[in-house]
Ligand binder design. Structure first.
Ligand code: HEC
Length: 108
């Protein structure tokens, strides 16, 4: 019984840490859509595809832009406006778009 309660608690903690894709979509509509599109494909090849990307990868990338560990003038500005919660949410949203996931890695 004790283990069961611990497991439930652990489950809720895990859920609490994961971003909310619905809130993430709202944020993406306001900010990221101009370059990455709402579908996460990006308006042209200049912008990396986010659709179906692993959420933890995107969270890491966004935090690195925000801290300056990863340098890019454009993304630094946008990442600076995001809270940890926003980052978890947008990452959760784009990671759900599996149908647009980058699968063809052929160099053209
Ligand atoms: C004005 C255009 C623009 C906007 C708006 C923008 N981005 Fe970006 N984003 C870029 C560019 C350009 C890069 C590539 C930067 C680089 O080379 O590191 C990038 C890179 C990224 C990466 C790293 C992708 C990878 O494969 O490593 C993530 C994650 C990302 N953006 C998420 C977001 C999110 C989330 C938002 C909205 C909050 C957003 N971006 C808004 C232009 C934009």
């Amino acid at each position: 019984m004790k283990n069961f309660i611990l497991m439930i608690l652990l489950l809720f903690t895990q859920l609490g840490l994961a971003g909310d894709p619905v809130l993430g979509k709202a944020k993406a509509e306001q900010v990221c859509v101009t370059c990455h599109g709402l579908d996460g494909v990006g308006i042209d090849d200049t912008y990396p595809k986010l659709a179906g990307q692993y959420a933890d990868y995107m969270e890491h990338a966004l935090k690195d832009y925000r801290s300056g560990a990863r340098k890019n003038a454009i993304m630094a500005g946008f990442a600076a406006t995001l809270t940890d919660e926003d980052i978890a949410n947008v990452a959760a949203y784009y990671s759900t778009l599996k149908e647009n996931r980058l699968t063809d890695l052929t160099i053209k």
